[in-house]
Design a protein around this ligand. Structure first.
Ligand code: HEM
Length: 410
């Protein structure tokens, strides 16, 4: 337990509490009213409450770093990846795949994504239209990002359900890290086992790529890209395995849950859904508004790494864990007018849903492209639908999204 910073307001809110996670926004608003940073005594973390300060913490590696969370990242990915590095080595590692995730480069994946989206959406729409109530997550959104990244990595697409299961267990371990009960310990243990299994699978794939070519060869998939990149000579084997494991994991549950949140937001606001159906040029801003309004990664870990680390004038003890609350930042009334309202027409401003600064999401252009194509097809094929039940947001605050989205035709 770190010493509590002088003048810092305190809460003992359990972040793994089901009731809190159903709608954390009023509680986070109350924290923002208490000050720029609130110490959570239960979790021993300093929670940052405003947009400006979250961006400062995420963007300023000299006072707050990712390196301090290296053990947690290693537990999730099975080794060191770019996410746990703050040094120039971070940029070099990120540089291996940077071009593959540029918006222009990703255009080459458009047809693949359109095919994958149709393969998951069409059977779902057929069942809903025939009168069934269907959970959109396992029956539609979950498979889309897993299949796309499996294609891009050049790994076995027929194993996509296994990849999804492994990455879901890895995602659930983030919930386990906030839950000190035996249930939390089990989530962490299950996550570690899934990471190990996925690590083993990726290790075999990497060996196969090496057997097929040599460093400097032209690469036509993402595993090969890293294996053949001269930079990989300076990487330890476990870093290569963990980095590829991260790519399988990173975009899966996140993108699938955000698509699920999009379905919910548009079901709750049918007028805006109809406006979107009529004018598809609004799709990009509508998706960003969902992400602002129902932020998926509510918190990313950082550690204070200097005696000068402060948030809004409150000095944070060196080494203490800091939690920028992106969801709170994304509803900060200093940045957004009527911030609690869902409004796809609001003026666009950068939100924190994909992070901020040097670690900003590498895959954000891919997530956006998948979501835009999916939403366009959904509005064509199922423009009218309703939610059959109240949405349960479960207990995972770190990766917050609906547990199930039961859809019926309207
Ligand atoms: C809606 C979907 C997604 C969301 C909400 C999301 C969110 C985030 C966030 C908040 C970060 C910053 C983490 C930090 O600061 O420590 C991040 C980083 C990252 N994301 Fe995503 N992500 C999504 C999709 C993807 C996809 C599709 C990929 C790739 C296939 C991906 C790969 C990564 C990687 C490699 C990093 C680490 C970047 C670095 O440390 O430089 N993400 N993501």
């Amino acid at each position: 337990m770190t010493a509590i910073a002088t003048d810092c307001p305190v809460t003992d809110q359990d972040l793994a509490d089901w009731e809190f996670n159903q709608d954390p926004y009023p509680t986070m608003e109350a924290w923002r009213a208490m000050g720029p940073v609130v110490y959570n005594v239960r979790h021993d973390r300093y929670m940052v409450t405003s947009y400006r300060d979250c961006a400062r913490v995420l963007g300023g590696v000299t006072k707050f770093n990712s390196q301090g969370s290296v053990e947690m990242f290693k537990a999730i990915f099975g080794g060191i990846t770019m996410e746990a590095l703050d040094s120039p080595r971070h940029n070099e590692m990120r540089g291996v795949w940077a071009n593959d995730f540029q918006r222009d480069t990703l255009e080459a994946q458009r047809q693949l994504i359109e095919r994958v989206v149709a393969s998951q959406l069409d059977p779902f729409v057929q069942r809903v239209k025939s009168g069934e109530m269907v959970d959109a997550i396992p029956n539609m959104t979950r498979g889309i990002p897993t299949l796309v990244i499996a294609h891009m990595l050049g790994i076995e697409t027929e194993m996509f359900e296994q990849f999804s299961a492994w990455s879901d267990a890895m995602g659930a371990s983030t919930e386990g890290h906030l839950d000190p009960t035996p249930r939390g310990a089990k989530l962490v243990a299950d996550g570690v086992a899934a990471t190990k299994a996925l690590n083993n699978h990726m290790a075999e794939t990497i060996q196969k790529r090496r057997a097929a070519g040599t460093i400097g060869d032209e690469a036509n998939d993402l595993v090969a890209r890293m294996v053949y990149d001269p930079f990989s000579r300076s990487m330890q084997e476990q870093e290569i395995i963990a980095s590829n494991t991260q790519l399988v994991f990173a975009g899966n549950e996140t993108t699938a849950k955000l698509m699920a949140s999009t379905l919910v937001a548009l079901a709750m606001h049918p007028d805006q859904r109809r406006a979107l159906a009529a004018d598809r040029s609004l799709i990009p801003q509508a998706f960003e508004e969902v992400h602002r309004w129902q932020t998926l990664t509510q918190a990313i870990p950082r550690h204070a790494c200097s005696d000068e680390s402060d948030i809004g004038g409150i000095r944070i003890p060196n080494g203490a864990e800091v939690m920028p609350l992106q969801g709170a930042g994304n509803r900060d009334p200093q940045r957004w007018e009527n911030a609690d309202a869902f409004d796809i027409f609001r003026p666009q401003r950068q939100h924190l849903g994909f992070g901020f600064g040097m670690h900003v999401c590498l895959g954000l252009n891919l997530a956006r492209l998948e979501a835009h194509i999916w939403l366009d097809q959904l509005l064509d094929k199922l423009p009218e639908y309703e939610l059959a039940e109240t949405i349960d947001y479960g207990r995972n605050f770190v990766l917050r999204g609906p547990v199930a989205v039961p859809v019926v035709a309207s």
